[in-house]
Design a protein around this ligand. Sequence first.
Ligand SMILES: *Cc1c(COP(=O)(O)O)cnc(C)c1O
Length: 371
Amino acid sequence: MPRPFNFSAGPATLPQEVLEQAAAEMLDWHGCGVSVMEMSHRGREFMSICAQAELDLRELLAVPANFRILFMQGGGLGQNAIVPMNLIGRSASRTADFVLTGSWSIKSHAEARRYGEAHIAAGSATGRQAQLPAPSSWRLSPNPSYVHLCSNETIDGIEFQELPDLRTLGCDAPLVIDCSSHIASRPIDWSRLGLAYAGAQKNIGPAGLTLVFVRDDLLDHALPICPAAFNYRTVADQGSMFNTPPTYAIYIAGLVFQWLKRQTESGLTCIAAIEARNRAKAQLLYDCIDGSTLYRNEVDPTCRSRMNIPFFLADESLTDAFLAQAREAGLLQLKGHKSVGGLRASLYNAMPLEGVQALVKHMQAFEATHG
Ligand SMILES: *Cc1c(COP(=O)(O)O)cnc(C)c1O
């Protein structure tokens, strides 16, 4: 029996090879007699697993030497508080600027207000947007501590195809991105960034691990109230082992990084090969939606997400029937987010092209009988 295709937005599908390797190593990791879950995080075995995961991630995403990689906990929502606690004191204004493009950036803005001024530079805290505001239209504050955006809005299906260069806007504050739902799906332009964070459970591995990439010069601005376990300087100096890290999640993420590194194609770096595949998968589904009269996606084609594709049926009363038949065809978790309704397909790295082909086949068959 083949496994069904799982289109969940998160926690999300993982590569079958990774799950098989984890299963094979479950009781006895590399002959040491215990499972990774049972190891001391300070022992030689786990230290090597953790160091390798970090090295592989750094190589995969070409993370420059002046960025630290931190393995933290608390998820994307945790970082919505941890970022301001660490960075909002950077400038005397104690102001952070926010670009609001959907549900997740709105949440980031709301949380930051507990720690300082949170200025809306673009977008609005209400209403769905079909387009990203052009950086030239942003109203940045005079001296922000940082500028925050969500580079892929998981619920709304909107993605920045390019990160803004704040310097061209006359702003030398660091750019902070929540890239939870598209990290490792495409290259990252580190020259435009001060900090990036991502919960692991979308495109990296199990829930419980949060990745933080932080530029060296941003480690030392924490507010006095910042808990030690969430202070970037403390976590960086302790090699992400100030307190016990989510060891098993780090191990699985490490297996995913190794799997990603095997996805090379001739002449392309791993991440370019992964990006090309993600582009092709998304194109296939958008072409199906745009070519139909039954389905529609409401996001402007210039900023449609490659990872999370929300869509609606012209006759919404058919949604339950669509989902039931999809489930029978081995296509799981296609229900839209409760705040949006309709349908949503998440096409993370671990979703093979065959999964998207099967989805498109189901959509076309459903349209033929219900269109
Ligand atoms: C899922 C998600 C979050 C929330 O992550 P948690 O781990 O649940 O805190 C935050 N931001 C984005 C963009 C997400 O997709």
